[in-house]
Ligand binder design. Sequence first.
Ligand code: ADP
Length: 459
Amino acid sequence: MAMSAVYKITFTALARVALLSLLFGATIGMIWGSTSGGIAGAFIVFLCFWYYAWKLAQLSEWLNDPKAANLPDGFGVWGETLGNLYRLIRLERTAQHALATTLDRFQEAASALPDGAVMLDNQYNIVWCNPNAEAHWSISLGRDRMQTITYLIRYPEFIDYLNTRKFGQPLTLKISQPKTSSSATDVTLSVQLVSFGDEQMLLLSRDISEREQLETMRRDFVANVSHELRTPLTVLLGFLETISAAGNSNPVVIEKSLAHMGSQTLRMERLVNDLLALSRLEDNRNRLTAAPINMPELIAGIALDAQHLSQGHHKIVLESDTGWLVGNRDEISSALSNLVTNAVRYTPAGGQISLRWSTQNGASMFSVSDNGEGIPAEHLPRLTERFYRVDRGRSRASGGTGLGLAIVKHVLLRHGAQLEITSSQHVETHGTEFRIVFPVERTCPSQPSLQIHAASAAG
Ligand code: ADP
């Protein structure tokens, strides 16, 4: 079909050229008076015109599907013209390729942005968006292209933000994730519209859930610390007022008041010490200094302290393998003591507390189990949160700060160890067990050599 078009044009041109050549030959023949000269001249003219008509037809055909590879060739003026055309096409192709590459790069860069970006036209229709924006707004570029954004994002605060057009300040938006996915949690987005080009808009969104969570934690923490300090301070103030009340010189009242004031001061001191310990453990700049710890010896000391604290009200059992741990002695001692102290404080008199240190398959484990009342299952995942208590009154009455297990968690984090908690409130099997599993690389069956000591101290 394609070739027939060329032939058609060529033959039409040929017919005209033949006619022109005949006329030209007849004119030459008449002027020269020679028929053969006229025929020869007409033939040469015919050939020239035919060549031009043929090339023109090829060019016209090529223009229907202009590809550099299919461009016809020629000689003389045609060769030069077609050569120039070929160069022009190559230049245009190179420019097109560069533009496509730049566009691809731009889209790649926009897709890699940590923020969501939706490009909107002047009617707020979606022109393009990156994968983060798809995740933030639960939209899909394939499905929602050219949809009006307000049909898809229907939060009243967002619609107000668009209507008032105060785009200088970002909008904080709480987004409820679809409940279909088990991991779905609500997210907080910081949203801002930026105009560009010809009344186009870029809708930027940033997930600030973590920042918000941290801010909430910080507020809760300050509130908790203030609350923990306010109680002993109120008690102290009360006793001070009693003592300083005019005419109150009763030595019994004064002695009692001083004793109460002393215990409240100790409570505040414990709280401040725990807060300082926690802040040191949480500080990333505070690198862990480690050395080999003789664990049976350390645990025997902790068991003695527990006997002292229990004052004979509990049966304390100790089972211990040999073995060394490469870690920070003060931190490990404080974590283990916290667990053992809790067992003594929360196990009613007459109960049994078992401490166990075992090494197996290279790893090691320390466990404290008691036969106290046990902890309801719903509390277990939150026990290591700061100031989290199962029974607030009981914790305070036994001198707890609510920070013990948070300290344990941070010490273990620094040593690459895991905390496992199991508890039962069953009538026959009630009790709680806290297990610390230390990694193989921190455990040694015998006293580690100096090289290991030095290497771990560096980490
Ligand atoms: P606290 O200073 O209140 O003891 P912790 O962080 O050490 O704070 O412990 C958090 C909570 O975990 C305690 O308030 C207590 O309710 C519970 N708990 C810890 N150990 C035990 C245990 N062995 N038996 C029962 N409850 C425990």
